[in-house]
Design a protein around this ligand. Structure first.
Ligand code: BES
Ligand code: MN
Ligand code: MN
Length: 470
């Protein structure tokens, strides 16, 4: 569509400047130190939705950070797309590993470097700009509702409540999210599955105070030694998780699902090279795509205790801690898995220590259909702008709200992500390609147009050269 491309070309620099302004706001939801900034980011999103032409823009208060809601209903008889994204970001730590400050976005090698550049400010902002393109060129083909939250990186607890309490307001035909990744810039893909999550913190307590490791060492249990042994016992030599009942509900792929997953282009050498590892590791009997997409996993995310400062202090610590995540797949249930973990972990503790397990947040796994009109609309949109049909893929990350959309609103989601696994989300030097940012803004309008056409029952010509029939 020339009018869209013309508008995008004309406003290209401003579209980037505005994203930069958003990236400068350190909206770290996990750390109360950034509270004011999270509110500032919400306000920024509010203003930009209004400027882009959204109506009924609202700041919806929650028990935590606000949800920014907006809509443009052009004709109630047309289909409605509910766009979801998040304006909060992960903590930038460790600061010292960033080559440039995380909240001072810069462009290097055609990429935007900043915390949130990809996850999810860059991808969320594409939707506001794609809407602007459609709206300002008078070519919005569907009704649209926006719901942007500020607590995704801390578990979306209040969003779950908001969705359950606002079913009418959020009535739509489909949910559209850009918060996932594609295989490569020349191998577009659409995510069709996300893993769920159980996240716990464990605390192991030995003696009532830190002890001299010479006076007591060897005679009193060291909680760090004990904790590491307990953690090691959570997986066997075959890479299987040992928690009783853990795999009971795991969906085993049908031959068709297996063939589809393993039809995904994957280059193991490139994967290893990018991570600078000599070998991969995981559950026996499964390949990397299966291990990260359709099999559950268990990882220690952080572990601490004792003396970690300069030099050597001889101490037998009183306490040891770890944060442990479990990625879940259909049909595992996050609360049940957390319960099974707690039971088993407590049973692993020797009588010489006390153990507590505190659940953090969780989320259910989700799969999205590939035979829906919405998937087809997304697929054809990619085909138009990338010149290639996208491949369906499973992502290992979690977006807990996707399962809730289905449960509470009976809505299916299309995961139209434009990030890359190499974008270093949650890591130092997170970045997002300029190509990806602009390609997203270019592709999203085609989704709306195709979705409108397909819902109407018109035959849309799927070709890389031919325009979708109006
Ligand atoms: N956007 C990510 C999830 C993601 C990343 C999905 C890459 C697919 C590919 C999201 O912001 C995220 O980080 N989610 C958290 C879960 C949340 C409950 C803290 C995650 O997956 O760790
Ligand atoms: Mn995200
Ligand atoms: Mn994230």
């Amino acid at each position: 569509m020339d009018i869209w491309n013309d508008y995008l070309t004309e406003h290209k620099q401003r579209f980037l400047d505005e994203l930069f302004d958003l990236l400068r706001i350190p909206s770290v939801s996990a750390d109360p130190q950034f509270k004011e900034d999270v509110y500032k980011a919400a306000q920024y999103v509010y203003t930009k939705l209004l400027e882009a032409g959204a109506e009924k823009v609202e700041t919806c208060k929650t028990a935590g950070y606000p949800i920014i809601y907006a809509e443009k209903i052009i004709d109630p008889s047309l289909p409605t797309v509910l766009v979801y994204g998040h304006y909060d970001v992960q903590p930038p730590d460790p600061y010292e590993l960033w080559d440039s400050p995380p909240f001072q976005p810069i462009i290097k090698n055609e990429k935007i470097y900043a915390r949130g550049a990809c996850d999810d400010k860059g991808q969320m902002y594409m939707h506001i700009k794609a809407f602007e393109v459609l709206n300002k060129t008078n070519s919005l083909p569907c009704n649209v509702k926006f719901m942007f939250e500020g607590e995704e990186e801390v578990g979306s607890e209040n969003l779950g409540i908001f969705v359950a309490e606002n079913k009418d307001k959020l009535k739509a035909d489909v949910v559209l999210i850009s918060d996932t990744s594609m295989i490569a810039n020349d191998i577009p893909s659409i995510t069709t599955g996300l893993r769920g999550l159980s996240y716990v913190q464990v605390e192991v307590t030995g003696p009532n105070r830190d002890l001299h490791s010479g006076v007591y060492g060897g005679a009193v249990a060291n909680p760090i030694n004990v904790l590491t042994k307990m953690i090691a016992a959570l997986q066997d030599d075959q890479g299987r998780i040992t928690i009783p009942g853990f795999y009971d509900k795991v969906h085993i792929l049908t031959p068709d699902e297996q063939a589809e997953l393993n039809g995904t282009p994957f280059d193991l050498d490139a994967y290893k090279n990018e991570l600078e590892i000599n070998d991969i590791q995981g559950e026996e009997g499964f390949n990397t795509l299966e291990r990260s997409g359709v099999r559950p996993s268990l990882d220690v995310n952080g572990i601490w205790g004792g003396y970690t400062g300069e030099g050597a202090k001889t101490v037998l610590p009183s306490k040891a801690y770890a944060k442990i995540s479990m990625r879940l797949v259909p049909n595992q249930d996050s609360e049940e898995i957390t319960r099974l973990f707690k039971q088993y972990f407590e049973s692993l503790a020797p009588p010489s220590v006390k153990v507590t397990v505190t659940p953090h947040h969780g989320g259910e796994p989700a799969v999205t259909p590939t035979n829906s009109i919405a998937y087809q609309a997304a697929s054809m949109a990619f085909e138009t702008t990338f010149g290639k049909k996208p491949v369906p893929t499973r992502d290992g990350g979690s977006i807990p709200i996707v399962a809730l959309f289905e449960k509470e609103l009976q809505l299916k989601t299309v995961l139209m992500g434009f990030g890359l696994n190499s974008d270093a989300i949650h890591s130092p030097n997170e970045h997002y390609g300029l190509f990806n940012y602009y390609k997203g803004i270019e592709t999203i309008p085609h989704f709306y147009k195709n979705y409108h056409q397909l819902k109407k029952g018109n035959n849309v010509v799927s070709s890389t050269t031919q325009e979708v029939s109006q």
